[in-house]
Design a binder for this molecule. Sequence first.
Ligand code: C2E
Ligand code: MG
Ligand code: MG
Length: 731
Amino acid sequence: MFIIGSVIARIVSAIPWRVDALTGPLKMQATPSASATYSISQRRLLQSAALLQTAGRIARLGGWMIDVATDRVLWSDEVCDIHEVPHGTVLTLEQAMRYYPPGWHAKAEQLYARCLREGAPFDEEMQILTSGGRVVWVRAIGEAVRDADGALLQVQGACQDISDKKALEFSASQLSERLTTTLESITDAFLMVDRDWTLTYLNSEAERLLQCTRENVVGVNVWTSFPEAVGGPYYRAYHKAMETNTSVSFEEYYEPLDLWTEIRAYPSQEGLAIYFLDISQRKASEAEIHALAFYDKLTGLPNRQLLLNRVEHALELCRRVARPGALLVIDLDNFKAINDTRGHDKGDILLQLVAGRLRGVVRDSDTVARFGGDEFVILLEDLGVTDVEAAAGAQAIGGKVLAAFGAPFDIAGVAEYSTPSVGITIFDGGSGSVDDVLKRADMAMYQSKAGGRNGISFFDPDMQARVSARVALEADLRQALAHQEFVLHYQPQAAVDGRLCGAEALVRWQHPRRGLVPPSEFIAIAEETGLIIPLGRWVMETACRQLARWGASRATDMLEMAVNVSAYQFHRADFVETVLAVLRESGARPSRLKLELTESLLLKDVDGTIEKMKRLKQIGVGFALDDFGTGYSSLSYLHRLPLDQLKIDHTFIWDAFREGHGAAIVRIIVALGKALKMTVLAEGVETDSQFSFIVAEGCQAYQGYLLSKPLPEAALAEFIARPRAPARPRM
Ligand code: C2E
Ligand code: MG
Ligand code: MG
């Protein structure tokens, strides 16, 4: 915007007025003739006049003056152009006033009159009607000029054509008006926030859905107005849109207003434009349709269709992750009798009660479905790694199902007993179609019926035998702990120069009938059943007592005892305290105890693991990473773990002489151990050539049948006492 008022005087005085057409006593400076000799100041004046004329033309700005005495009005060329009259036109005030059309005339007269009368200056935007009949917006500025005595001489001023600016203003205001009308009339709710999350606009639909008024939320930070959304899905999506400058669209439920919304948000330099729709109705209908299509009306359980979908999905998952699942078909044994004797409505009550009890025996993530009539199906997923594990899990659930029918059902005040026949099949990625799996479970269920009802049958008899054996083993294991049937064997460990470093404690089960059972047959079950906790403690105590005995003799006090620790033991909150207590009670030296951890153990809760390890390391306890290379150690955190030793799994030692990458892996592990300042021990060294190999590769220690098999306590004592020649690698 030009600050025109302050330059009026200069414009008026410097404009080279065309006075040739002018007569009368107007006192003004005539344009000097070209032939005259100019003084320097005159030349400057002329230059400045020329510049002002140029500026006036570009800005469509000119000067005017009214001689009070004669009422004559003088316009500069630019003002003449604006009014579309020839340059030099001289008018009376009344003639000049006629250029103001009716709507503006009175206003113009009033302004000039006040200026003439009281000398009041003015600056107004008004319209004129030019000689050519065009309506033009002008900015008219005027002020009074007085003589030395204060008498009014003339009124002078400037006039600028501001039609272009007005046209722009008009279209902008029209546009914004149209935009506001559009935004108000669209059915979507709409709101805008700037880049600082201040809400700058919301339409009335947005006010309605968000239950707020413009007065309360516009100009306020949107997260202050809607604090419940902070950190939630809306918050994350809008921040993402703003930060990545990409639009987002999503459906989300806004709990505080019980509102399902469909959102589209578009970022711009100004901020975020957010459109949203209330889709609560649609969501409710969808939920209803889903319930009708996929749930059983009577029991509220998933129906046949949903079950089939889930089994399909479970089979797909099995194919990908190779973890077996189980399907249990449960048929009520006496439903027909209850239905016939007590009526269908009572039968319905029994089905509802059964549904409740079945839900009670599984985890929330498992599926209990009503398959039709009095047949229910339970789908169990994530039941362990092997078929036998899955079968044991399914058998356990089957047992709970039978137990759930142990108490009578209260049917309209009468206690009714019912029993189920259960059929189980285990499935994995190669189990065929959903139909195949269902058929197998169904056949197993009929086997239960044929076997006298109220029982459990597996589709695969072999599986049944294995599960039975496992169940028996579990019971035996509990007994074994109570009867102290476990023994420790110790496998010597030596440095590659032949010096004995210690031994690894390995548990065995002295079974009354089966003889010595290796840990591979019972550690996993002990872990699943939680028996590993008392068993692990027993191992730790026994090994530490042996360690204390070594510590008492000079010949053996340098020997270390390696003890295997299961993840289940390690991740218990009291693990560190247990180890400390065992060390205290046994009198063993902590610095001679080495705990063997597995890679999978380290994967879970890395920070917590490091914390526990550090606490034990403080008192000198060492750590070895067992079976290294077979798990999923992440190099990114391996260096953070306070480990002392890497134990290369025996498979790599054996593979080194077969096809494969065994040798390369051994080399890499040795290099890794060096870099991380850990010693490297090779496991399962059975032959001279394996020994030579691990020495050549730089392993510092080894363990294996070449040195010794795991030995009972007495045999170990003999082994230690035996003089031995230093081992020498034979190439
Ligand atoms: P591990 O800790 O890797 O123990 C080494 C296993 O390799 C032992 O089997 C040992 O007898 C066997 N072994 C050692 N040298 C040779 C060899 O040269 N050739 C062959 N073929 N085998 C060799 P074991 O005693 O059957 O133990 C198996 C696994 O059971 C152990 O593997 C360990 O993971 C677990 N385990 C044993 N005792 C315990 C225990 O007290 N607690 C826990 N949590 N796990 C244990
Ligand atoms: Mg071990
Ligand atoms: Mg090992």
